[in-house]
Ligand binder design. Structure first.
Ligand SMILES: [Mn+2]
Length: 356
């Protein structure tokens, strides 16, 4: 049975909303992508379970989403997966896993769902964005992250593929990306003007060079400090959607948040987004009405110092996702038709009237 038909079958397994509020409902497919070979630390493969256990489905149902649980994708470890160029680790395993992710995301979006992919490490975005682009070739990407993840296999110092997915996606970089084993299926689907970064604060020298040379728009933490998150979002949506409405792919790395808020992650960097800035980003993205797919990646439950730190990180991930799907800080927008009127006790109760 092909991966597509497997996914289609799984998509029919609907998780019923707890209650159906009177409002327009999102139909969302949730795909677990327990991918960890794009980086070195153990535990990020447990990210999808941690986010599910933090109440994701209940919270989505509560705001009126119909949730289709695709379950966790199965990735196989390719034996004898030798380093590429003495640096890049597990290329065949990660390449194959991204292909599985691409197929699942493409099927979910093709079936009419908004697609949520739970990581897993950030290399999976190569798969999720490629799969999304198969259905929506004119998509744009908002990449919220402490890192740009735009090293090429030739500039990466760590050799970890979670720091490289964007280089495979950009057309402008194709003459700089070698044909590495496991990635022959990939096809660049973005141009430099189709992506905006938010939250950057830890760039490698080659990444800085790429961002400048190809004139890729990014709002670092310094930009957020200078102009505020509201201006950042206004400019981001103007840039990406100003000329035409098109589907948005949000790739949200939990390490965009300050490590005080999201400690259970592999590459924390001080000075990140506040809770309010993070949710402002997701609320504005929801308000465009154009969010078509998102990734929530790099939650690593083995890296919290305490179980409270793990819980806080996973619950933050759930807040980000539900905010993208329409939860507002003012309250969930369930339509109330009328206020209850008290029955007039004074008309029916003579005694009370006398007392007044
Ligand atoms: Mn990342």
């Amino acid at each position: 049975m092909s991966i597509s038909s497997n996914v289609s079958r799984l998509l029919r397994k609907q998780v019923r909303p707890i209650e159906l509020p009177k409002r327009w409902t999102h139909s969302v497919a949730v795909i677990g992508a327990p991918l960890s070979k794009g980086q070195k630390k153990r535990g990020v493969e447990h990210g999808p379970a941690a986010i599910r256990n933090a109440g994701l489905f209940e919270r989505l149902s509560k705001i009126g989403c119909s949730v289709y649980d695709v379950g966790d994708l199965k990735f196989s470890h390719v034996p004898n997966d030798a380093l590429y160029n003495n640096t890049v680790k597990h290329p065949r395993t990660v390449g194959l896993a991204c292909q599985v992710v691409a197929d699942a995301v493409s099927t979910a979006i093709g079936t009419g769902h908004t697609c949520i992919t739970l990581g897993g490490d950030h290399s999976l975005a190569l798969g999720s964005i490629s799969g999304h682009a198969q259905q929506c070739p004119d998509l744009c990407v908002i990449w919220v992250d402490a890192h740009a993840d735009i090293n090429t296999p030739l500039t990466s110092k760590s050799g970890s593929l979670h720091g490289q997915p964007v280089s495979f996606l950009l057309r402008e970089l194709q003459d700089k990306v070698p044909p590495i084993p496991g990635f022959s299926w990939t096809k660049p689907c973005l141009s430099r003007a189709d992506i905006v970064y938010i939250g950057l604060r830890d760039l490698d020298p080659a990444e800085q060079f790429i961002l400048k040379k190809y004139n890729i728009t990014y709002y670092s933490m310094r930009h957020i400090d200078c102009i505020g998150i509201n201006k950042v979002m206004e400019r981001t949506t103007d840039l990406l959607l100003g000329r035409r409405q098109r589907p948005i792919h949000l790739s949200f790395d939990i390490d965009a948040f300050d490590p005080m808020l999201a400690p259970a992650t592999g590459t924390p960097v001080m000075g990140g987004l506040t809770y309010r800035e993070g949710l402002y980003i997701t609320e504005e993205i929801h308000n465009t009405g154009m969010l078509s797919a998102m990734d929530l990646v790099e939650v690593n439950p083995l890296l919290g110092a305490t179980s409270d730190e793990v819980k806080a990180t996973a619950s933050l991930a759930v807040d980000v996702i539900t905010s993208c799907m329409g939860r507002t800080r003012e309250g969930d927008h369930i339509i109330v038709d009328e206020l209850p009127t008290p029955c007039n006790i004074y008309e029916s109760n003579g005694e009370e009237q006398v007392r007044i």
